[in-house]
Design a binder for this molecule. Structure first.
Ligand SMILES: Nc1ncnc2c1ncn2[C@@H]1O[C@H](COP(=O)(O)OP(=O)(O)OP(=O)(O)O)[C@@H](O)[C@H]1O
Length: 284
């Protein structure tokens, strides 16, 4: 199919009519989304817009209505573990690492469980050692990919927030994701490391058979990283398109700016989250 950025791409993941309610209140109200091979899809929106709920629906953590289809297979009724094994791999806003283990051990654990699943029940005993060696190699490789090989031996609990994010990204990469879902993956990193990580992500995803869904509040990251963007507000998609198409859209600006005319006048060039104290300029 042809995407809004004009390129022909194979659909890897689609959500159709995605609906989730909490205690009768709709957090997601009939969302449609498609993510294609080789693209990074941004999901943005003010606090409470439904971004996490959408990826929770995709990951099988949130129950709701609608269809989530991965490479032609409808995932309805499939639990989160099955979805991970099918290639839907995610990172979280707050990294979930084993604090007393090193960065390498954290990544190795993810690699081991991925390879164990791949090996299946019929693996001969002799295969185990080779698999462990392979997992350690994959872990080293993934840490190098995210630029953290020099911290491989550091305990996760001793690492900065940004470094923990990178370890989590490495954990996701060793699982060879088909759909890589990232929640603010470069938050807390110094500028140079942010740019490097975004460039790495783009290199990894572009030209691959995988797709990436990126939840992000930082508009500079969105602009630099994403090929297409979905803007959510109050559980619905209010705009989909390239950075140029979405950032200049009136409805998008309104959703971010809220209803105060004074604030709108002050913030003519600013996207801000409606109930967040942070303000984020729209980069030109
Ligand atoms: N487990 C839950 N129980 C009840 N309500 C929930 C739950 N999870 C989310 N919600 C509500 O659903 C709506 C969407 O929340 P969600 O976390 O998906 O938004 P978000 O866009 O990810 O926000 P943020 O940017 O703050 O992370 C919000 O009104 C939120 O309060």
């Amino acid at each position: 199919m042809t995407s809004t950025d004009g390129r022909e791409r194979r659909t890897i993941l689609s959500v159709t009519g995605g609906t989730v309610s909490y205690l009768g209140v709709k957090a997601l109200a009939g969302v449609d989304l498609a993510a294609h091979a080789g693209e990074i899809v941004g999901v943005i929106g003010p606090n409470g817009a439904g971004k996490s709920t959408l990826v929770n629906l995709i990951a099988g953590v949130a129950r709701g209505g609608g269809d989530v289809v991965l490479n032609g297979h409808n995932l309805r009724g499939r639990d989160p573990q099955t979805r991970t094994r099918a290639g839907i791999v995610r990172t979280f806003q707050t990294p979930e690492l084993f604090g007393t283990l090193t960065a390498a051990q954290n990544v190795d654990l993810a690699a081991r469980s991925f390879l164990l699943y791949r090996a299946g029940r019929d693996e001969p005993r002799s295969g185990r050692r080779a698999r462990w060696r392979r997992s350690a190699g994959l872990a080293r490789e993934a840490l190098a990919t995210v630029g953290l090989e020099h911290r491989a031996g550091a305990r996760a609990e001793s690492m900065s927030g940004g470094e923990k994010k990178l370890v989590e990204l490495a954990r996701a990469l060793v699982q060879q994701p088909v759909v890589l879902i990232l929640d603010e993956p470069v938050a807390g990193l110094p500028v140079a490391a942010r740019q490097r990580t975004i460039a790495t992500l783009r290199d990894l995803i572009h030209g691959s058979d995988a797709t990436c869904i990126l939840i992000e509040h930082d508009m500079d990251v969105i602009r630099r990283a994403c090929d297409r963007i979905y803007v959510l507000s109050r559980g619905a998609v209010i705009k989909e398109g390239t950075w140029e198409q979405t950032s200049q859209d009136e409805a998008v600006r309104r959703a971010y700016l809220g209803s105060s005319p004074h604030q709108e006048a002050d913030d003519a060039d600013t996207i801000t989250t409606t109930n967040s104290v942070e303000r984020r300029a729209i980069p030109k």
